[in-house]
Design a binder for this molecule. Structure first.
Ligand code: SDX
Length: 430
């Protein structure tokens, strides 16, 4: 067993702590005390920059090499040869499904796409211009009241039922939220269509008897869903695990994960990228914008869609998305903002400010351009991220729940507040 020898220079004492999987256990530091009555050493790691909070077998990322794998399968191969439902199965159950398993899985999901009619009434409560992500996370949370059996989180059958319901219903919720925001009637699922085909049906069907989704757009959306399905311990997955560790039902935990994803630094980034590209307005104004970003300082402008906590090289998903963009634009016509994005990337990849900080395009830099070209309003972009990430959130939640090492998440702190002081009655206060 590898070990670390620690000498506490406050006492001269030496400690041996085991090194396992490139980590030491934080609890092994508690034995290190300056005085016998001390609490013992803790680690201080704001935003968990260097803290592993779990052992996981779901997704592997190598940030320096730009590697992303789900259950050992490279993302590039899954994007090429798999489809979203098969990838969701892989992420959730650990293996690629056999033909029979894929058929049964697809049947289960197809049969759960309907929403409880009460959800329509619930949605009517939102203003017409309510942000779809606000509607999405509220509705997912509300589903915990429709399926109280979800509280049986240690019952495998119950977890499977909620998994089918969540994977199948999040696109329906997203579609209802979109239709509500444009004042159009809700569309019921069409079980003849694929997962992504039916999603387009529920979003865009008008008066035709049967919606015919464009196969190129169906495949593009399905691949985008594959690319967004999981990403190890990102902010929203950390929220899912943290909330789930209190043993609440998965709908309530997932509402919290969706809330984390809503932020502009996370899943809200692709919406922020489009707003940034619109603000720049033309290729000619790119250098001026880059200068603003490099000026930094308070209220600094970020190059949205660039940079990543883990990837210190090109996000492998962004490479695949760039290829999808060409396929989609061949059908929808090129997004005029693409030129600005390509010029931003060209300049940033050779500018030392970005290179020195290892800032490369991430998954969000190009995805918004495709969604916009497909007819989605910007406000729908984080919802399009939440749909596939539901598979990852559930898989990570279940892995946490079944991990014997895990318990309720409750970090410590460094207290920097006022020392003990006595209460002063109001009339005596200065
Ligand atoms: C996702 O975690 C995941 O896996 C997330 C995700 C997933 O699949 O779940 O991959 C999805 O959220 C992708 C990221 C989408 N967000 C954005 O595109 C927003 C813009 N990017 C950043 O805000 C930033 O890069 C983060 C939030 C993604 C990462 O931030 P970190 O790791 O906390 O890095 P940092 O803020 O400490 O930045 C390090 C340096 C700083 O410069 P200095 O203060 O040291 O001089 O890089 C600078 C930052 O100012 N910097 C940027 C920048 N990102 C970081 N400068 C300009 N533009 C940027 N985009």
């Amino acid at each position: 067993m590898d070990t670390l020898t620690i000498v506490d220079n406050r006492t001269g004492k030496k400690y041996e702590v085991p090194v396992q999987d490139g980590t030491i256990r934080a609890m092994d530091l508690r034995q290190i005390k300056a005085e016998p009555g001390d609490f013992g050493l803790m680690t201080y790691d704001p935003a968990f920059m260097n803290t592993a909070n779990c052992r996981s077998a779901i997704t592997y990322i190598d940030g320096d090499k730009g590697i992303l794998q789900y259950r050992g399968y490279p993302i590039e191969q899954l994007a090429e040869d798999s489809d979203f439902l098969e990838t969701a199965y892989l992420i959730l159950f650990g293996e690629l499904p056999t033909g029979a398993q894929q058929h049964a899985w697809t049947q289960q999901i197809t049969r759960h796409t309907m929403l409880h009619e009460n959800i329509k009434k619930f949605m009517e409560g939102f203003q017409y211009d309510a942000h779809p992500m606000g509607i999405f996370l509220s509705t997912v949370g509300a589903m915990s009241t429709i399926y109280p059996d979800a509280k049986q989180i240690f019952d495998k059958e119950s977890r499977m039922r909620q998994t089918h319901r969540l994977i199948a219903k999040v696109p329906s919720i997203a579609a209802y939220a979109y239709r509500h925001s444009i004042g159009r009637p809700y569309i019921y699922p069409d079980n003849d269509l694929s997962f992504s085909g039916n999603f387009l049906n529920m979003l865009f069907k008008m008066t035709e008897l049967k919606y015919q989704p464009n196969p190129v757009l169906v495949r593009a959306l399905d691949v985008l869903f594959i690319l967004h399905a999981d990403h190890e311990q990102n902010c929203s997955t950390t929220a899912m695990r943290g909330i789930g560790s209190s043993q609440v039902d998965p709908y309530s935990a997932l509402a919290g994960a969706a809330a984390a994803l809503y932020g502009p630094l996370h899943g809200g980034a692709n919406e922020a990228v489009l707003r940034m590209l619109n603000e720049i307005g033309s290729v000619a104004r790119v250098p001026e914008f880059i200068k603003k970003v490099k000026a930094g300082g308070d209220g600094s402008t970020r190059l949205m869609g660039f940079g990543h906590r883990v990837y210190k090289s090109y996000d492998p998903r962004a490479k695949v998305i760039k290829k999808i963009a060409d396929l989609v634009f061949a059908v929808t016509g090129k997004n005029p903002l693409l030129e600005i994005a390509l010029e931003l990337e060209r300049i940033a990849l050779q500018d030392d400010y970005f290179v020195s900080r290892k800032l490369y395009p991430n998954v969000d830099f190009y995805s918004g351009l495709i969604y916009q070209a497909m007819g989605f309003p910007m406000a729908m972009f984080p919802v399009l991220f939440a749909i596939p990430r539901t598979a990852g959130w559930i898989a990570q939640w279940e892995e946490m729940l079944l991990d014997p090492e895990q318990k309720i998440a409750r970090p410590r702190q460094i207290y920097v507040g006022a020392q003990t002081r006595d209460y002063v009655r109001r009339e005596k206060r200065a």
